[in-house]
Design a protein around this ligand. Structure first.
Ligand code: PLP
Length: 286
């Protein structure tokens, strides 16, 4: 019943966000802001629509993607939100996706180190308003934040899990919830098989050796991909047959999900349901 849109709202997105609030009155929606222009734009549209908007201030604690750094500008932004009648200051939001060290102790030390100045600010703000919340972390860092009950964790990838995080985050033991099914479509020359898994089917922003790993194939390497083809060099070429099914774990599940319209839901080896992937739409009309 609470949804934090952890992305900067500008232009037409502000009124679409307000439409969401109006359409689902029992859900508590909140937005993040990191600058005065966004604050004023959000405030103006909220006033025009006669709604109140919960906001978290997005803090930049080192990722340098979005957020405002701790300092005078941030203090001024806080002072501007506090008296607002239409915006309600709910707390701080910190996404520390820059910490991806595979050594947990090193990563943990980096996460906590970067949190120190955020925590000081958070404590100061809490002296004035006990309700203020602190939302932080993606999957690589929530295994540090979760030790502190007052921190609200915001991981996403661990829901489906993927090969990339499984390889890197050895302290986390999630199971793969999503696999890609592909088939051998050709054996064009000795030692080579081709499958119907190109870069239209699996996230391919990483190098060729970091796209998909197969659970039921050994001693292979993915050589190339085109839109609808994946070319593999294999050791047991003689044994593999055209039409054979391979089960793949994506290296990066997030862009992979976004390439498909639906999941087939499998229970005890049988398809029992199909879930539409609503997030794939660029725009969902409410
Ligand atoms: C702002 C924000 N919060 C949370 C997440 C979830 O992080 P992860 O995918 O590491 O679980 C992301 C992922 O990109 C993000 O951008």
């Amino acid at each position: 019943d609470s949804v934090l849109v952890a992305h900067q709202l500008v232009g037409p997105k502000i009124n679409r966000f307000i439409a969401l609030i109006q359409h689902f009155p029992t859900t508590k929606f909140a937005a993040i802001i990191d600058n005065t222009d966004s604050l004023l734009a959000l405030e103006k549209e909220a006033m025009n629509s006669n709604v109140s908007i919960d906001v978290y201030i997005d803090i930049n604690n080192g990722m340098d993607r979005t957020g405002i750094e701790i300092g005078q500008g941030l203090n001024e932004l806080i002072d501007q939100i506090k008296p607002s009648n239409t915006l309600k200051f709910k707390g701080l939001h910190v996404y520390d996706g820059q910490f991806r060290d595979s050594d947990y102790d090193d990563r943990h030390a980096q996460v906590e180190g970067a949190m120190q100045q955020v925590l000081k600010l958070y404590e100061d703000l809490k002296n004035e308003s006990k309700e203020l919340e602190l939302v932080c972390g993606g999957t690589p860092t929530f295994s540090s934040h979760l030790f502190h009950a007052y921190r609200i964790c915001s991981p996403g990838t661990c829901v489906f899990w993927d090969w990339g995080y499984d390889e890197k985050l050895s302290e986390q033991n999630f199971q793969y919830a999503v696999l890609i099914v592909t088939r051998i479509i050709s054996k064009p020359t000795e030692g080579i098989i081709t499958i119907d898994l190109g870069h239209k089917s699996v996230g391919s922003e990483n190098p060729i050796d970091k796209r998909v790993k197969f659970l039921n194939l050994s001693n292979y390497s993915l050589k190339s991909q085109s839109e609808e083809h994946g070319v593999l060099e294999v050791d047991n070429w003689d044994e593999l047959k055209v039409g054979e099914v391979l089960f793949g774990v994506p290296f990066h599940i997030c862009p992979t999900v976004n390439l498909h319209d639906a999941f087939s839901v499998i229970s005890n080896g049988k398809k029992v349901d199909q879930w539409q992937i609503a997030g794939r739409q660029r725009k969902i009309t409410i």
